[in-house]
Design a protein around this ligand. Structure first.
Ligand SMILES: [Zn+2]
Length: 484
């Protein structure tokens, strides 16, 4: 690769952008090995089953289209490079990236990567190849978007850190379940993704020459639970990790704890130079419900310097709900049950719950219906129906339903008293952070109600609950301090 320095130092404007050769090859958006990973059955020599096909999900439209197989054209860019650049010349890059990608897929929960383990003792060179691979894909991404490559864009065939304007960081990827109810948390770890290219282009070039000259840009790729962030001519956002340049063999991977939408903002805020709220306000023009919901959430809780206002929040939730955003449908139903921000209206609550279930198969909505049946709100009180609904929501991991189901078992409501079952359900709910479940669990451990008296466990759960502002937990904790 180093021998090619002289020839390949700049970007070619005609033919293969890496070497000027013939346009004979299509770069993969994702590596073949990664694409095959999405089709586990195929590797075992079995034909695909319909429901095991990978699908292409568009965050813009919310549509999911099945991809017939790992060799599908959907995995490839148009022909922008030559055979030699896509094969022999880039083999070392492909292999370096592959090592990293395999690691990401095999270690979904890791927060630290030891580059010696992953790439061997010569890891700095391997990371250089890794950058070159990213640049190769990135060059194809930019060209396929219709913009020319920037003048100073480094040629992957002669990439070195010193000459580059490129900065890469790696962080934990956001879980994608917030975008769409059909996407589960578990699906994040078997996801290949690429973000949109956020750029600033030269206004004068566009006006005078009609060319979209890129000044700076950000881009990201996702491999399962990890996100590779790429910054060009722009200071990276430290929220999304430190420079991945091999300065040490140990690289700590930051988990920014942001949702999918907010990671987009963290990436592009320096390009667009807007505040978060301004950015959300721009987003509402996209036609999706999600930004209305995000704005509503902030207005409901009065964060980001916004005045707390449940009525405006409900109004925004309604817009999002009507645009099919299921979390807004849920929140709106909850507000109608409780008469917060809107008039209490159980029929309206039931209507949104049913839409969330029938259209979106949203299990949490069963919880609200269960709540209405347990308490006879707008319907005749029916414990069997309440139990049935809670069970559906609880088995999907919805912590409020696990808590309510636990209470029914603890207090023998509609079922026989079953303390061990209640304990188990409270544990499930508490470990997901439900403050009432944490308090109940602590009470059970403190009283020895479930046959085990354990003050340490009681303290542990009360502390967690109290930290969330739970009143009884705070009082119980003080009591515990006094008797010990
Ligand atoms: Zn070439």
């Amino acid at each position: 690769m180093m021998n090619n320095n002289i020839f390949f130092a700049t970007i070619h404007k005609n033919g293969c952008w890496m070497c000027g050769g013939e346009l004979t090859s299509r770069e993969h958006k994702y590596k073949q090995t990664e694409a095959r990973w999405l089709y586990p059955q195929k590797d075992k020599g079995q034909p695909y089953k319909n429901n095991e096909r990978a699908f292409y999900f568009s965050f813009d439209t919310g549509e999911a289209d099945p991809i017939p197989g790992p060799k599908s054209d959907l995995f490839k860019y148009p022909s922008l490079i030559c055979q030699a650049c896509n094969n022999a010349r880039s083999q070392a890059m492909d292999m370096a990236y592959d090592k990293f990608s395999v690691w990401c897929r095999n270690n979904p929960d890791a927060l630290c990567i030891d580059l010696i383990n992953v790439c061997g003792i010569d890891y700095i060179k391997e990371i250089q190849y890794f950058y070159a691979y990213i640049l190769k894909v990135l060059g194809c991404e930019i060209l396929s978007s219709g913009a020319p490559l920037p003048e100073s864009f480094p040629n992957p065939l002669s990439f070195t850190f010193d000459s580059s304007h490129v900065f890469i960081s790696i962080c934990k990827a956001a879980d994608i379940s917030i975008i769409h109810p059909n996407l589960t948390k578990e699906m994040t770890r078997c996801l290949l993704g690429k973000g949109r290219l956020f750029t600033n282009i030269s206004e004068s070039d566009l006006a005078q020459l009609g060319i979209k000259s890129i000044i700076d840009f950000v881009w990201y790729r996702q491999i399962g639970n990890f996100q590779i962030n790429i910054w060009y001519n722009i200071a990276p956002n430290p929220l999304l990790g430190i420079h991945f340049n091999g300065s040490s063999n140990i690289y700590n991977i930051l988990d920014p704890g942001l949702d999918f939408y907010d990671i987009d903002y963290a990436m592009c805020s320096s390009i667009y130079k807007t505040t978060y709220i301004e950015w959300l306000q721009q987003k509402v023009g996209d036609g999706h419900g999600f930004p209305f919901y995000k704005l509503g959430k902030r207005i409901f809780s009065g964060t980001d310097d916004l005045d707390k206002n449940p009525e405006i929040a409900a109004h925004l939730y309604k817009i999002a709900a009507e645009r099919g955003y299921v979390r807004a449908q849920y929140d709106l139903a909850w507000m109608h049950i409780n008469g917060i921000g809107v008039e209490q209206n159980y029929d309206e609550a039931m209507k949104w719950c049913k839409e969330a279930i029938e259209v979106w198969h949203y299990p949490a909505a069963h919880y609200l219906i269960g709540f209405m049946y347990e308490n006879g709100l707008g319907v005749t009180k029916d414990y069997d129906e309440a139990l049935r609904r809670y069970q559906i929501a609880a088995s999907s991991g919805f912590s409020p339903a696990q808590f309510s189901l636990g209470c029914m078992h603890l207090n023998a409501i509609g079922v026989e008293k079953n303390i061990m079952k209640a304990l188990h359900l409270f544990e499930l709910s508490a470990s997901q952070g439900h403050p009432n479940a944490q308090n109940n669990l602590a009470c059970m451990y403190a009283s020895g109600k479930a046959g085990i008296q354990d003050y340490e466990k009681a303290r542990y759960w009360w502390e967690l609950s109290a930290n969330q502002g739970h009143n009884s937990a705070q009082q119980n904790l003080q009591l515990l301090e006094r008797i010990n």
